[in-house]
Design a protein around this ligand. Structure first.
Ligand code: ADP
Ligand code: MG
Length: 247
């Protein structure tokens, strides 16, 4: 069974259609790279999946249950439960500046009160180790590099044990010399079979790590394929033009 099925998703802002009948499927263990020009609807598509945007039509099925079916949303409790299966990492990290790294990671699971403080703290230490931040638990975001902040954001998203991670241009705000350390963490997650959708301009990552590349333009999915085919044998003229400019 697919983890996420999006069917005919439509989204408009003030009559302007920014997503036009988007349809795609995410299988468990997929790493999907979403590429496309600025304004093509990539962020709106990701934000719709976790209900940061309300869509105007179509369906989103998450792990077998409808978040929204033919434009009608599930009950708010169900929306909460379904969006909790997804974690999101933003371009600008969105860490809490007044909390330490450890507090950033532990806040959401502690609020849930479904686990012991010890279990939460133990997972926090595991994830900080996994993201190369074992010595940063007591640091504040202001004292971290951009690459470290983004790795904290990834660890924080993982604290909620999501079934899928959504990344919206996770390295676009970073100095070039810091993108590698973040991409490495993401690559490790992929190797651990984390399901991911990654909106990115990093064509190397798309080519090496993704098992599917989706090209969006003008609110539509123009083309999608395995990276081996996508980059060597693009079918659509818009895809070809985009790759010519961005490879
Ligand atoms: P991308 O992430 O591919 O750059 P976005 O999803 O951010 O594209 O934006 C798609 C289109 O929707 C753009 O034309 C953008 O201006 C518009 N848009 C995005 N968010 C809003 C909003 N909150 N209000 C009005 N228009 C928006
Ligand atoms: Mg965007």
């Amino acid at each position: 069974m697919a983890l996420i099925e999006v069917t005919n998703l439509k989204k408009a802002f003030d009559q302007v259609e920014v997503l036009k009948q988007i349809t795609f499927t995410v299988e468990k263990n997929d790493v999907i790279a979403v590429i496309g020009p600025s304004g093509s609807g990539k962020s709106t598509m990701l934000r719709s999946l976790i209900h940061l945007e309300e869509i105007n039509g179509g369906s989103i099925l998450v792990d077998g249950d409808y978040l929204v079916q033919d434009g009608v949303y599930a009950k708010s409790q169900d929306i909460k439960a379904l969006t909790a299966k997804m974690g999101m990492v933003f371009q600008h990290f969105n860490l809490f500046p007044h909390l330490t790294v450890q507090q950033n990671l532990e806040m959401a699971p502690r609020l849930l009160k479904t686990e012991s403080v010890e279990a939460i703290s133990s997972r926090c230490h595991d994830l900080l180790k996994k993201t190369g931040l074992a010595d940063k638990a007591a640091a504040y975001p202001a004292n971290l590099s951009g690459g470290q902040k983004q790795r904290v954001a990834i660890a924080r998203a993982l604290m909620m044990n999501p079934q899928i991670l959504l990344f919206d241009e996770p390295t676009s705000a970073l100095d070039p010399e810091l993108t590698g350390e973040v991409l490495k963490v993401m690559k490790n997650l992929a190797e651990d079979h984390m399901t991911m959708i990654v909106v990115t301009h990093e064509m190397g990552f798309a080519r090496e790590v993704a098992n599917k590349v989706v090209f969006m333009d003008g609110g539509q999915i123009i083309e999608s394929d395995h990276p081996d085919n996508f980059f060597t044998n693009p079918q659509n003229d818009r895809t070809k033009a985009f790759l010519q400019k961005n490879l």
